[in-house]
Design a protein around this ligand. Structure first.
Ligand SMILES: [Zn+2]
Length: 299
C-alpha cells in the first residue's frame, strides 16, 4: 500500500500540495521550505521622503495594519500592489505579508494519506478537525510560493497584477532608488544565513544545517563529496511525518514509530546559529543518525 505526503503549516492553514511518496519528495526536494522557514528577512526599503498625503496613507497605523492583514488573507497579489504603490503602507504591508506567508515559528506537520489522528495536545479541536478532513479544500490552501518553488512557476504567473505593476513602474522610474523589485517581496529570494540552524521552538532543540545536503540529484549543492549532511527539507519531512501507515517507498524498514515523527506539529524556523540560546539542545547528530537509518532510497 502506498501513500502520498503533504506538508502543512497549521497556523496559517497552508499546504505544499501532495509531494508524492515520502522517498520521492525526500530525494527530489532536499531544500524544500528553506525560504519559508527563514526567520529574518531583510528588505531594502528607503523611508518615504514626503509625509503621507493620500487618505489611505493618513489612516491610523492600527487601521492600516488591519487592511493589510485582511488583504494578505484574501488577495496576496493585491497586497503586493499596495506595497509597491503606496510608500506609507509599504512597511506595514510587508510585515503583514511576511506574517501571512512565512512558515517560520509556525506549527508544521507532514501528513501521509493514511493519517487517522494527529499528535496529542498540540492542536485545538478545530485545527484537528481541519487536518483530518483534508479533502475539504477550504481548510488548507496550497501555498503558492512553496508550490512555485517546487514546480518552478514564475513570479509573473503567480502574481500577475503585481508583476505587471512592478515592471511598468520599473520602466518608468528606472533611475529612482525607491523601487522595490517584486522578487524581493516574495519569499523565494530570502537569503539563508551562512551559519544557520533549523530550530525546534517547541522543544528548544536545533539542527545545524550544513550547506551540503546528502543528495544524489540536488541541483543546489555542487560538492560531489559524499557526506552525511541533509537539506532542511529532508529533515522536516522525516522529523515531522505522521501517519498510521508506514509505507514510505524508502527501502529501509520503517516502523510505526518512524512514521510518528518526534517533531510533528512543532514550531520550526531557520536562524543564524548566533541566535540559539546557550541552553538549547544540539540534536544534529541524533537527527542525522535517524535520517541515515531511514533514508535508503528505492532502486
Ligand atoms: Zn543540496
Amino acid at each position: 500500500m502506498g501513500q502520498y505526503w503533504d506538508v502543512f503549516c497549521i497556523d496559517n492553514r497552508k499546504r505544499t500540495g501532495h509531494l508524492g511518496k515520502l522517498a520521492e519528495a525526500f530525494y527530489s526536494e532536499p531544500h524544500m521550505l528553506e525560504s519559508r522557514l527563514v526567520r529574518h528577512r531583510t528588505v531594502e526599503q528607503p523611508a518615504p521622503a514626503t509625509p503621507p498625503t493620500a487618505p489611505l496613507e493618513c489612516l491610523p497605523p492600527l487601521v492600516k495594519r488591519r487592511i493589510c492583514t485582511f488583504l494578505a488573507a484574501v488577495d496576496v497579489d493585491g497586497l503586493l500592489c499596495v506595497i509597491l504603490s503606496v510608500p506609507h503602507l509599504s512597511a506595514i504591508g510587508q510585515a503583514a505579508l511576511n506574517d501571512h506567508v512565512s512558515w517560520a515559528g509556525k506549527r508544521i506537520i507532514t501528513l501521509g494519506d493514511y493519517a487517522k489522528n494527529v499528535p496529542q495536545n498540540l492542536l485545538s479541536a478545530d485545527e484537528e478537525k481541519c487536518l483530518l478532513n483534508r479533502d475539504d479544500c477550504s481548510s488548507y490552501v496550497l501555498d503558492r510560493d512553496v508550490f512555485d518553488e517546487i514546480y518552478g512557476v514564475s513570479t509573473s504567473k503567480a502574481y500577475p497584477r503585481a508583476y505587471e505593476f512592478s515592471y511598468a513602474r520599473h520602466e518608468k522610474r528606472r533611475t529612482m532608488n525607491s523601487h522595490i523589485p517584486i522578487e524581493y517581496l516574495v519569499n523565494r529570494s530570502a537569503p539563508l544565513p551562512a551559519n544557520r540552524v533549523l530550530r525546534n521552538l517547541t522543544l528548544k532543540q536545533y539542527y545545524r544545517d550544513d550547506s551540503q545536503c546528502n543528495r544524489q540529484w540536488c541541483g543546489c549543492c555542487t560538492d560531489d563529496n559524499v557526506n552525511d549532511n541533509f537539506g532542511v527539507g529532508q529533515v522536516v519531512l522525516i522529523m515531522t511525518c505522521w501517519s498510521e501507515d508506514y509505507s514510505t517507498s524508502f527501502h529501509a524498514n520503517w516502523t510505526a514509530d518512524d512514521v510518528h515523527g518526534e517533531w510533528a506539529g512543532h514550531r520550526l524556523d531557520i536562524v543564524a546559529s548566533e541566535k540559539v540560546a546557550a541552553d538549547w539542545e544540539d540534536v544534529t547528530d541524533v537527527v542525522r543518525a535517524k535520517l541515515m537509518r531511514l533514508r535508503d532510497q528505492p532502486e
